[in-house]
Design a protein around this ligand. Structure first.
Ligand code: MN
Length: 195
């Protein structure tokens, strides 16, 4: 199987001013394309050649894991963003966030802190644990919570390539801006699929 680099459902400049067209063009257009191309090359002639991307993320190691998880994580990140997002969760997800974190505002604070305090490159996550509880986590490099038995719901890419063109060293400003473009409709659907 050859993995494709999917087209985004919005224009490169649609997330401005939170994320510039230049960032989307480099981050999605170049970085994500490279992970997918590298993965396709690395998979040739291996026993994982016909596996799904999720299966590869769950079991691969080394360079195949790194490129597969980065490919998966970026699709997960960019497809949860929208120029016309639902600005807050409702229903079962809203209740689960209140139960786990006290309020949506507290959740946003803790999630942004996880992103801001990760040393070096990586990702912040909101996931569902095997017991059904929500958890915020941070992981270095190409970390993916599927490896911890969690089901991911929401992520923030905190590699410098995600924000440096627009925010330089101000990672917390990038994280604060994300709430303007995160589409909670997507996150609600991901959560409902776990129930
Ligand atoms: Mn990235």
């Amino acid at each position: 199987m050859k993995f494709e680099h999917p087209a985004l459902p919005y224009a490169a400049n649609a997330l401005e001013p939170v994320m510039s067209a230049r960032t989307v063009e480099f981050h999605w257009g170049k970085h994500e394309a490279a992970y997918i191309n590298n993965l396709n090359k690395l998979l040739e002639g291996t026993p994982m050649e016909n596996d799904t991307l999720e299966e590869i993320v769950r079991k691969a190691d080394g360079a195949i894991y790194n490129n597969a998880a980065q490919a998966w994580n970026h699709i997960f990140f960019f497809f949860q963003l929208s120029p016309d997002p639902k600005k807050k969760p409702e229903g079962v997800l809203a209740h689960a966030i209140e139960d786990s974190f006290g309020s949506l505002e507290k959740f946003k604070e803790e999630f942004a802190k996880a992103g801001a305090t990760l040393f070096g490159s990586g990702w912040a996550w909101l996931s569902v644990k095997p017991d059904g509880k929500l958890v915020i986590s941070q992981g270095s490099n190409a970390h993916n919570p599927l490896r911890d038995g969690h089901v991911p719901l929401l992520t923030a890419d905190v590699w410098e390539h995600a924000y440096y063109l627009d925010y330089q060293n101000r990672r917390p400003d990038f994280l604060a801006g994300l709430w303007e473009i995160v589409d909670w409709k997507v996150v609600e659907k991901r959560y409902e699929d776990t129930l």
